[in-house]
Design a protein around this ligand. Structure first.
Ligand SMILES: [Zn+2]
Length: 411
C-alpha cells in the first residue's frame, strides 16, 4: 500500500554528554585537531568564543582549513543541551515536506574502549531521555526511536532490554547495531534477540561501512591471545569456516594490529551476516550506508587490502539484497557523495530487486563534517536525483514496510 509519510530512516540526536570523552577521535581524521576540538566540545563554548581558537587552528593546519569549520558546526549541534533540541534542528529541514517522520538511532558507546575511563551518560540514560521525548505530544508523531544493542552489555540481558523498550508502552520501533565498536554480528549472545526480532518482524539497522567510528581499545582486548573471540550462533554453517579463516589471517597480520580503523573492519564484514541469515532467513535487516562511498567507488584493481580483506562491501550488500527477502539498505551518509550516488542511481535503475530495498536516510548529524552534509542539502540532493515514482518507494513505501512489525503493525 502507498504510504503518505515521508521517512528519514537513519539519524542521530545524542548530545556531547552522551558520548565518551574520546569519541571525536574516531570522527576526525587528524589527531591533533580532534584533541583540540574535543576540549572545546566538552567546555560547550559558543561559536563566538571558539572563533579565535578556530583561526589559530586553521593557520596551523592548512589542509584542514575548510573541514575545521564543518567540524565546529558538527560540535555545535552535539553541544546542544538536549536530544530534543537536536531533533528540532533536524526536523526543521522537513517543514516543507508535509507529513514526515524521522528515525532516531540510539547509540551504545559504553564499550568503545574497554580500557579508558569516561564520564559520559550511559546508554540507559540516553534511552530514557528518548522515551520521554516519544511520550511528548510535540514529538510523538514524528520521532521513531531504535534501541541500541551490544552483546557486551552487562546491566541487562540483551533480550530483556529489547523486549522492554521495543513495545507499545516505551515506543521504540527497531534495533540498532554497530559491530565496528567491537563485536561480531554472529555473536551467540545475540541469538535470542535475532530469534525474537524475526518472530515479531522487528527491523534491525546495522552500520555497514569500513569507516565511520570504531572500537578504540587494543587488538588483543577483543581478539588474539587473552582476548575474546565470540562463539558463533551458527558455528556449523559453512560460511563460519571462511569467517574464521579471515579472522585468523588478520591475527597473523601483526603490523595491522595498531591501526584500529583498519582491523575493526573484521567486525562489520558483510559475510559475518551469512550465518545469521542462514539461521534466521526472515530477519528484517537494513545494511546501512550501502557499504559507504569509498567502497562503492573503490576500483577492482585497488591494492589497499590484502586478499583476505579485499571483498567489496557494496557488492556483497547487493548480493545479500538479491538473495535474502527481508533485507534492506539505506543511502544515509553516502548521500553526501555525488559520485557514489550516481553509481547507486544507475544500479537502482538497472536492478529490479533494488526498487523494494533502498531506504532514504541521512545520518544526521554525523554528516555535518561533509561538504554537502547538512540536512537541507542532503534532502535536496535526494529529491533532485530520483524521479517521483522512485521517491515514493525510497522515502515512503519501502520505509513503511521496513518499520512495520507485529509490535507496531501500523507505524
Ligand atoms: Zn548512523
Amino acid at each position: 500500500m502507498a504510504s503518505n509519510r515521508f521517512t528519514n530512516i537513519h539519524s542521530h540526536i545524542f548530545t556531547s554528554t552522551e558520548v565518551p570523552d574520546y569519541f571525536l577521535k574516531t570522527i576526525i581524521g587528524n589527531d591533533w585537531i580532534a584533541r583540540n576540538l574535543n576540549s572545546l566540545f566538552q567546555k560547550k563554548m559558543t561559536l563566538n568564543a571558539m572563533k579565535p581558537i578556530l583561526w589559530a587552528m586553521k593557520a596551523i593546519s592548512p589542509n584542514y582549513r575548510n573541514s575545521i569549520e564543518r567540524y565546529i558546526e558538527f560540535i555545535q549541534i552535539g553541544a546542544s543541551s538536549t536530544q530534543g533540541e537536536i531533533f528540532d534542528r533536524e526536523a526543521s529541514a522537513y517543514s516543507g515536506i508535509g507529513n514526515y517522520r524521522i528515525v532516531v538511532l540510539t547509540q551504545m558507546l559504553d564499550y568503545l574502549d574497554v580500557n579508558s575511563k569516561s564520564n559520559h551518560k550511559r546508554i540507559q540514560t540516553q534511552v530514557e531521555e528518548v522515551v520521554q521525548l516519544k511520550r511528548d505530544a510535540n514529538y510523538q508523531k514524528r520521532l521513531y526511536p531504535f534501541l541500541s544493542v551490544d552483546p557486551r552489555m552487562t546491566f541487562m540481558e540483551p533480550i530483556d532490554w529489547v523486549q522492554k523498550y521495543i513495545s507499545k508502552d516505551m515506543g521504540f520501533y527497531g534495533i540498532k547495531m554497530y559491530p565496528a565498536y567491537g563485536f561480531f554480528p554472529f555473536d551467540a549472545r545475540l541469538d535470542p534477540v535475532y530469534e525474537w526480532a524475526e518472530k515479531y518482524e522487528v527491523p534491525i539497522m546495522t552500520h555497514c561501512t569500513r569507516g565511520g567510528s570504531w572500537y578504540l581499545g587494543t587488538f588483543d582486548s577483543v581478539l588474539n591471545k587473552g582476548g575474546f573471540m565470540a562463539p558463533g550462533l551458527n558455528e556449523d554453517h559453512a560460511s563460519m569456516t571462511k569467517i574464521r579463516g579471515r579472522i585468523n589471517s588478520l591475527i597473523a597480520d601483526k603490523d595491522k594490529h595498531k591501526n584500529n580503523k583498519y582491523w575493526c573492519n573484521i567486525f562489520g564484514h558483510i559475510e559475518n551476516y551469512e550465518p545469521v541469515l542462514a539461521k534466521y532467513p526472515n530477519l528484517k535487516i537494513c545494511f546501512a550506508h550501502m557499504g559507504g562511498a569509498t567502497e562503492i567507488l573503490r576500483p577492482k584493481k585497488d591494492k589497499s587490502y590484502p586478499k583476505y580483506f579485499d571483498d567489496n562491501w557494496y557488492e556483497m550488500i547487493l548480493d545479500k539484497l538479491a538473495n535474502h527477502k527481508n533485507t534492506y539498505t539505506d543511502i544515509s551518509y553516502t548521500l553526501s557523495n555525488e559520485k557514489a550516488m550516481a553509481r547507486i542511481k544507475s544500479d537502482y535503475v538497472d536492478k529490479d530487486f533494488l526498487k523494494y530495498k533502498v531506504l532514504y536516510g541521512t545520518d544526521f548529524f554525523l554528516t555535518q563534517v561533509e561538504k554537502k552534509g547538512d540536512e537541507p542539502n542532503m534532502l535536496s540532493t535526494f529529491l533532485q536525483l530520483f524521479d517521483q515514482a522512485s521517491i515514493q518507494k525510497i522515502a515512503y513505501d519501502n520505509n513503511e514496510n521496513y518499520l512495520k512489525s507485529k509490535i507496531h503493525p501500523t507505524p
